[in-house]
Design a protein around this ligand. Structure first.
Ligand SMILES: Cc1cc2nc3c(=O)[nH]c(=O)nc-3n(C[C@H](O)[C@H](O)[C@H](O)COP(=O)(O)OP(=O)(O)OC[C@H]3O[C@@H](n4cnc5c(N)ncnc54)[C@H](O)[C@@H]3O)c2cc1C
Length: 444
């Protein structure tokens, strides 16, 4: 009998630890064919004529895929890398390597599920099954105390019931060895230029180190503990308005680190140190699950249903106001400083996101979807459910609005007040010239 081969299609699960599809393929097959596809869909331009994926996130993705390849090679495997539509690439590879089945993790947002469906249809034509796994959430869908259709729309009730009736499964471990078929052409990773993007410029004011990949993610988590175990007041990550957060979101978004791994490690450190910051972090992880489950339950309705009577009359000069917002030229120091930080580094803290999103929606009265699409392009940690879900909350547009959480939006006048961030950043801004072409600052 010939060997059984399973193609493992990596998407936003770029790790070898606690990765159910990899372990299950390891158990069920003689050989595993790990594949990553750079889908041109994500590198096209959006409605505003800007790249759907900005260069900072694209670089992070390239680093993450390179690290996955390195980690697979270290356990005897390889990673096939291709640029192309997965619905064309995967069936071709499946035929070439006589694959018996294809595994992948199911996503929840519209674009991602549509791509899965296209792949499923294409594979079906060659009589192959695309097996879906659920691996992006902290709580497994099967362990929820309610079916998806009955998930409470209120975050408070969701949290209460989940914490009372569900537990987070233990991590699955890491395969010690992977056997792949003979792969003569694993394929090179594309360059940023080949993806149609420029190399991002290093911003001299950024103290962030965002190096993509599982290896960097795991060491980032350890650093976070090393700092936070010592003091409740020490900083895990420096950003304008998120001094105590982990800064792990970019790695979590690409699945370079498992949510369960983060959860169990944080819970362990919480127990041994009683540092309350760790409880806040566990709550944040639950917010991420909540948005994903809301998308699973409501689909696109979660971000499209309108609450009549609560929508702002849109400003007539939307385009001008939006341009001033995204370029940090609104004249409101806090908002402008945050937008400059976003443009320069790809990362801003949660409060900063709330402030700038709230400002766009409530003060400038600009269509919130423009802001969400801009964050999609710019954020290094862009994750569809978290980004569009959070924006929809702030805009007051969804079916789950009773669970609206504390949003740090403030009237413009309050954003004029002095803050640690403005003190630190604004004097620097005076010494720098904004370079439109690069969306970066250059020293005068
Ligand atoms: C308008 C807006 C857009 C956003 N877009 C994204 C996005 O595209 N991707 C993204 O990961 N987060 C998004 N968030 C949520 C949140 O701002 C970031 O997850 C957080 O700032 C990341 O920093 P951290 O890793 O230090 O978070 P920590 O405070 O250390 O939290 C740990 C993890 O929990 C998750 N998390 C924390 N807060 C939230 C939240 N409110 N909603 C969902 N998940 C959360 C993240 O995965 C994060 O890494 C958005 C928030 C707003 C208000």
């Amino acid at each position: 009998m010939s060997d059984r081969t399973i193609l493992v299609w990596f998407r936003n699960d770029l790790r070898i630890h606690d990765n159910e599809i990899l372990l299950e393929a390891f158990r069920k097959a003689d050989k595993i064919l790990p594949v990553y596809c750079f889908d041109p869909y994500y590198f096209q331009t959006n409605a505003s004529g800007n790249p759907k994926t900005g260069s900072i996130r694209a670089r992070f993705l390239l680093e993450s895929v390179a690290d996955l390849r390195k980690n697979l090679c270290a356990i005897g495997g390889e990673l096939i890398v291709r640029v192309g539509n997965p619905a064309e690439v995967l069936p071709k590879l499946a035929e070439e390597f006589q694959v018996n089945e294809v595994y992948h993790h199911r996503e929840v947002a519209h674009e991602e599920t549509e791509i899965s469906e296209q792949v499923e249809t294409a594979l079906w034509k060659i009589r192959l099954n695309l097996k879906h796994f659920i691996g992006h959430t902290l709580y497994h869908k099967e362990d929820l105390p309610f079916p998806i259709k009955d998930i409470p729309d209120s975050f408070a009730i969701f949290k209460k019931k989940i914490e009372r009736d569900s537990t987070v499964r233990p991590c699955l471990g890491t395969p010690e060895r992977v056997v792949t078929p003979v792969i003569n052409q694993p394929g090179n990773l594309p360059t940023l230029q080949e993806l149609g993007l420029d190399e991002p410029l290093h911003d001299p004011r950024s103290d962030e180190e965002f190096l993509g990949g599982e290896t960097a993610a795991l060491s980032r988590l350890e650093k976070f503990f090393a700092i936070n175990d010592r003091s409740e007041h020490s900083k895990g990550h420096r950003s304008l308005t998120a001094p105590y957060s982990s800064g792990l979101s970019a790695w979590i978004a690409l699945g370079c680190i498992s949510m369960r791994h983060v959860y169990h490690e944080v819970a362990k450190h919480q127990q041994s140190t009683h540092n309350n910051q760790y409880n806040a972090m566990l709550l944040d992880l639950l917010w991420r699950d909540y948005f994903r489950f809301m998308f699973k339950k409501h689909g696109q309705k979660f971000i499209t249903a309108k609450n009549s009577g609560e929508q702002h009359e849109p400003a007539s000069n939307q385009d001008t106001l939006f341009e001033s917002w995204k370029n940090g030229k609104t004249g409101v120091p806090m908002v402008d400083a945050i937008m400059h930080e976003l443009n320069a580094t790809g990362y801003i803290g949660n409060q900063s996101r709330q402030i700038t999103a709230g400002f766009l929606v409530n003060e400038l009265k600009v269509d919130w979807t423009k802001g969400a699409a801009y964050f999609e392009e710019r954020l290094i940690d862009y994750s569809p459910a978290s980004n569009w879900g959070n924006w929809a909350f702030i805009a007051g547009v969804n079916d789950a609005r009773e669970s609206r959480y504390h949003v740090a939006t403030k009237p413009a006048v309050e954003l004029e007040t002095k803050s640690e961030f403005i003190d630190t950043w604004l004097p620097l801004l005076k010494d720098l010239d904004y370079h439109e072409d690069f969306d970066h600052f250059v020293v005068k």
